[in-house]
Write a protein that binds this ligand. Structure first.
Ligand code: ATP
Ligand code: MG
Length: 470
């Protein structure tokens, strides 16, 4: 963070100072919500938790060096009292951004691929200038300001991930750190139930291009008609990316290597260059193109963009995370989250990675799909069978419609299993896996199917089932 006195922080957040001996004391950061991360110069933001209340940890944070707590009630130590802590974080973040005219803010949104694209963009920009990027999926009204508050006077680029769970959310996030460049990746089924359909999701994602200034750049997916149509909602210059010939930044000659990683020719108005991604699955081509389109606007030469994409790795865990076990089994842990679009992409990637070998998919419930949930699960089952997988292991009652989908595909010879939970999935796999097999694990975050992958790799035992990698 840029150093600000408690008095200055109180002024921008409209806070009352409580038990503050010296209002001139400087907050230098980090701003934390976990008292264990507090250190000298920190500000501890007390948030209500599901299990425990952050206010109870304010004293521990101060003992660890925090200058004060940002809280909704007195904490028994130095505190800035506000009615709404996330809102105060947002105002503080905005005050910091306003003090840094040399900072370029980049916003990334879309139904799938935000974290991946954010991580790719950050890896490209870090080679040029000091860059701050969101940790993991820090993309909401708490994570976003926390990310913004990590910038310092030296930071040139802020790469932020912007999520929406309803209309108006992205507009609010854009007010916290007004982006000059914004990318919209796709409009898909993630959270479709909450929104009430794809058109409503498109309206919400379109708040990012709508928030961009006239001297900004809207980077839009030419292959997604709902995203392409957002060109009408922005005052910024539009740059399109995609695989279609009309896209300004596009991928030609896309092909997957033996391991299922995509390579392509990056074609841009400034020239072309070959790219071989380290990420697994062809769906990452769009994420790479979006990252390329963003950094090209920041004057990075095409050759450097291509070299950076070739070198970039998956930074955030459990997204197509591939582990090669000593016994020849390949585990693909894509259990960070799931919606019909990302499961379809993962099944395609599994088929490409298996090619000739046996591919198994362990799939669980996709949450938040609303009335369409059964039909969408059934379609995924059918897709797994159509991809010619050797086995589909459906985990849990709510994912059961996948079974009917798979059974309905004529001529599919794969094994179909329905198991109640993650330990049962591990046992089913243990009985079957052999040298050369590839296993994909995927479900919505709340199902915690990563336990299956972690058990297989030996990273974390699961109810007594032995790992294969240990
Ligand atoms: N363009 C895409 N199409 C389909 N699936 C994708 C695409 N990009 C990424 N995915 C898949 O979606 C999942 C989530 O990826 P990622 O974490 O990058 O997305 P996100 O938008 O940040 O998700 P969240 O909303 O949970 O933060 C992963 O399984 C990833 O492989
Ligand atoms: Mg994310």
């Amino acid at each position: 963070m840029i150093p600000l006195s408690l008095a200055e922080v109180a002024q921008v957040t409209d806070a009352l100072l409580a038990e503050v001996p010296d209002p001139a004391a400087l907050i230098t950061g980090p701003v934390v919500i976990d008292s264990r991360e507090a250190g000298q110069g920190s500000l501890f933001a007390a948030l209500p938790g599901t299990r425990t209340d952050g206010h109870e940890f304010a004293a521990a944070a101060v003992r660890a060096g925090a200058v004060a707590a940002l809280a909704t009630r007195p904490t028994g130590g130095p505190a800035l009292i506000v009615p709404d802590v996330p809102a105060a974080l947002g105002r503080l973040a905005r005050a910091v951004v306003d003090r840094l005219p040399g900072l370029t803010v980049i916003g990334i949104t879309g139904s799938a691929g935000k974290t991946t694209t954010k991580d790719l963009t950050a890896q490209l920009l870090e080679t040029v200038a000091p860059t701050v990027a969101a940790r993991d999926s820090f993309n909401n009204e708490i994570g976003h300001p926390l990310t913004v508050l990590r910038v310092t006077g030296r930071t040139r680029y802020l790469v932020s991930e912007l999520a929406a769970r309803g209309p108006g959310h992205i507009t609010q996030l854009c007010q916290i750190a007004p982006p000059r460049l914004g990318a919209v990746l796709c409009v898909g089924h993630a959270h479709a139930g909450e929104f009430g359909g794809l058109e409503a999701i498109a309206l919400a994602k379109g708040e990012l291009p709508a928030a961009l200034p006239p001297d900004g750049v809207a980077v839009l997916n030419a292959d997604d008609h709902r995203v392409a149509a957002m060109a009408a909602r922005t005052r910024a210059r539009v740059v399109t990316f995609g695989r279609s010939a009309a896209a300004q930044v596009r991928a030609d000659e896309v092909r997957s290597d033996e391991a299922g990683r995509a390579g392509f020719i990056l074609v841009t108005p400034a020239g072309s260059a070959p790219v071989q991604l380290q990420l697994y699955g062809e769906h990452h081509v769009h994420n790479a193109l979006a990252a390329a389109a963003l950094v090209l606007q920041l004057d990075m030469p095409v050759a450097d963009v291509a070299a950076g994409l070739c070198a970039a790795v998956a930074r955030s865990r459990w997204r197509m995370e591939v582990t090669q076990l000593p016994d020849g089994v390949t585990v693909v842990n894509d259990a960070y989250n799931a919606n019909p679009d990302s499961v379809r992409a993962a099944i395609a990637a599994l088929a490409a990675m298996a090619h000739g070998r046996r591919g198994f998919a362990v799939l669980g419930h996709m949450t938040e799909l609303g009335d369409d949930a059964d039909r969408l699960h059934e379609q995924i089952g059918a897709q797994a069978a159509e991809a010619g997988l050797a086995g589909l292991i459906v985990v849990g009652e709510q994912a059961a419609p996948m079974l009917a989908g798979a059974k309905g595909v004529p001529g599919w010879r794969g094994e179909l299993h329905h198991v109640p939970d993650a330990p049962a999935a591990v046992r089913t796999l243990q009985e079957r896996l052999r040298d050369g097999d590839v296993v994909l694990v995927k479900a919505s975050h709340s199902i915690h199917l990563e336990r299956v992958a972690l058990a297989l790799t030996g990273e974390q035992p699961i109810d007594g089932a032995a790992g294969r990698g240990s």
